[in-house]
Design a protein around this ligand. Structure first.
Ligand code: ATP
Length: 436
C-alpha cells in the first residue's frame, strides 16, 4: 500500500464533490466563499464523527452535561466575553487590485501577493457576523451569530446548576454551528466562515486545573486515534505565553500535517475564571457553602477540521496504471456506508430478490447499508472502495443453492486487503457487529 501525497488536496476535494461528500455552498450561483453544503455521504460521515465525540466526552461520562444553545445571541454576551472589542484579525487591502489579506499571514506586508501592488496599513477587522432581529432596525435589535459555541455554554452555567446541582468538577458540552467572517477563507473546509465546533467547558477549583488539563490532553489524543486520524501527523504545540490569550495560563494546540502545512486541528486552553467572572456568575459549594468563581479547562474541536484530517489520513492508493485503486480506509464505526449488498448479476430476478432480502436484513440492523447493482462487480468494488465502505457482500448462484453445500452463504469482501470469505447469511450481522 502506498499513500500518495502528490496533489492530495486536489484528490480529496475532487473526490468529495464527485462522490457527494461536500459541495461548495450556493454553488449554482457561483458559490459563497467559506460556506459548504454536505451531501449524503458527507452528512453521514460528519454525523459519525459527532456521535463518536458525544459518546466519549458526554454519554460515557458522569460529570458532563450536554446543551444545545441558540446560534443567535444578544450583543451583551459578546461585549462581556470581549469579542466585540477584541475578536478581530489585522486586515490589509491592495490599493491596486483591492484584494484583501490577513496581514499576520503575509511574509511581505507591503506588497500584494496577487498583483504586486501596494498594501494599505493593517486595521483591525472584527470577525463576528452581525444581524438584525425583529422589525425595528435600531441598536437594540442587533444580535450576533455566535463565533464560538463556548459562550452558549457559559450563559447556561446557572441554568445547568439550578437544574442538575452538579458537584465540581463538572463539564458542559455542546456541538453546534459557529460563524466567523474570516478575511480569507481557504484550504477547502479548513478555514470556513460557517463551521461546527464541539466544545467542552470543564469547571474546576483553581487548585485542580492542572490535573484536569492533563486528563483532557490525553483524552483528546485518544479520541483522535479512535477516530482514525493518522497520529504520526498530529503534533502538540505548547503555545508560548506571549502567543496565548491574556487570561490563559496554558494552551496546547494540536496541529496536523495538512498538505498545505502544519496547522491547528484542535485546541486545549486553560481559561482561568475569565468568562464566568465577566458574566458575573459563580458557584456555591454545597458541602462547604463557600462561594467562588470556578476556573475553566476548554477542549475545543472543529468538526470540519476533524473531517479534513480524517479524509487525509484515510486516503490510500494501491496498484498501478489501469489497476490503480484509491480507497478511504475509514474504521467501520466511522464509515458513511458500513456495507454494500449486490446481486452478482442485475438481470437475474432470483439473485436480485435474494440480494434485496439480505439488504433489508442488514439495513434494519445497521442503517448505513447500500444496495448496489450498477455496472459489473469490479466497478462496484472500486466505487465502494472510493467512499470507504469496509465490506461488500455479493449474492451469487451458490447462495441460491447451485452448490448445495453453499446454500444461503454469501461472499464478504474486505476493502483494505481485497480478500473475500464465504459465510452464512445468518452469520453476517454478528460478524459485522464485531467490527463496529
Ligand atoms: P485559527 O488559528 O486556525 O484561526 P483559532 O485558534 O482561531 O484557529 P479557536 O478559536 O481556538 O481557533 O477555535 C477552536 C477550533 O475551532 C479550532 O481548533 C478549529 O478546529 C475550529 N475552527 C476555528 N476557526 C475555524 C474556521 N474558520 N473554519 C473551520 N474551523 C475552525
Amino acid at each position: 500500500m502506498k499513500e500518495n501525497q502528490d496533489n492530495l488536496m486536489e484528490k480529496i476535494v475532487s473526490l468529495c464533490k464527485r462522490r457527494g461528500f461536500i459541495f461548495q455552498g450556493s454553488e449554482i450561483y457561483g458559490g459563497l466563499a467559506g460556506t459548504f453544503d454536505l451531501g449524503h455521504l458527507g452528512g453521514e460521515l460528519i454525523n459519525n464523527i459527532k456521535q463518536s465525540w458525544w459518546r466519549k466526552f458526554v454519554a460515557e461520562r458522569e460529570d458532563m452535561y450536554g446543551i444545545k444553545a441558540a446560534i443567535l445571541m444578544r450583543s451583551e454576551v459578546w461585549e462581556a466575553s470581549g469579542h466585540v472589542a477584541g475578536f478581530s484579525d489585522p486586515l490589509t487591502e491592495c490599493t491596486k487590485c483591492q484584494h484583501r489579506f490577513r496581514a499576520d499571514q503575509l511574509t511581505d506586508t507591503k506588497k500584494c501577493p496577487d498583483c504586486g501592488g501596494e498594501l494599505s496599513a493593517p486595521r483591525q477587522f472584527n470577525m463576528m457576523s452581525k444581524t438584525q432581529i425583529g422589525a425595528a432596525e435600531d441598536s437594540s435589535s442587533t444580535a450576533y451569530l455566535r463565533p464560538e459555541t463556548a459562550q452558549g455554554i457559559f450563559v447556561n452555567f446557572k441554568n445547568t446548576i439550578d437544574a442538575y446541582h452538579p458537584k465540581i468538577p463538572f463539564g458542559m458540552a455542546q456541538i453546534g454551528k459557529a460563524f466567523r467572517n474570516e478575511i480569507t477563507p481557504r484550504d477547502f473546509v479548513f478555514r470556513s466562515r460557517e463551521f461546527e465546533q464541539m466544545e467542552i467547558e470543564y469547571f474546576v477549583k483553581e487548585s485542580e486545573w492542572e490535573k484536569s488539563f492533563e486528563h483532557f490532553q490525553k483524552e483528546m489524543l485518544s479520541w483522535m486515534s479512535e477516530l482514525g486520524i493518522d497520529m504520526e501527523k498530529v503534533h502538540e504545540l505548547e503555545v508560548l505565553p506571549e502567543d496565548r490569550a491574556h487570561y490563559s495560563k496554558r494552551t496546547v494546540d494540536f496541529e496536523f500535517d495538512y498538505p498545505f502545512g502544519k496547522k491547528e486541528l484542535f485546541g486545549l486552553a486553560y481559561r482561568g475564571n475569565f468568562d464566568l467572572t465577566n458574566h458575573k456568575l459563580d458557584y456555591m459549594d454545597p458541602d462547604t457553602n463557600e462561594r467562588f468563581v470556578p476556573h475553566v479547562i476548554e477542549p475545543s474541536f472543529g468538526v470540519e477540521r476533524a473531517f479534513l484530517a480524517l479524509m487525509l489520513s484515510a486516503y490510500a492508493e494501491d496498484g498501478e496504471g489501469e489497476n490503480l485503486r484509491s480507497y478511504l480506509k475509514f474504521k467501520p464505526h466511522i464509515a458513511p456506508v458500513i456495507c454494500a449488498v449486490s446481486p452478482l448479476l442485475k438481470n437475474k430476478p432470483e439473485l436480485v430478490a435474494k440480494a434485496r432480502e439480505v439488504y433489508a436484513l442488514l439495513k434494519k440492523e445497521f442503517g448505513r447499508v447500500m444496495f448496489d447493482d450498477n455496472g459489473n462487480i469490479g466497478k462496484r468494488y472500486r466505487r465502494q472502495d472510493e467512499i470507504g465502505t469496509p465490506y461488500c457482500i455479493v449474492i451469487d448462484f451458490d447462495t441460491l443453492g447451485e452448490n448445495p453445500d453453499l446454500l444461503d452463504t454469501v461472499t464478504l469482501r474486505d476493502r483494505d486487503s481485497g480478500s473475500q470469505e464465504r459465510l452464512k447469511i445468518s452469520e453476517l450481522v454478528s460478524k459485522i457487529k464485531a467490527q463496529l
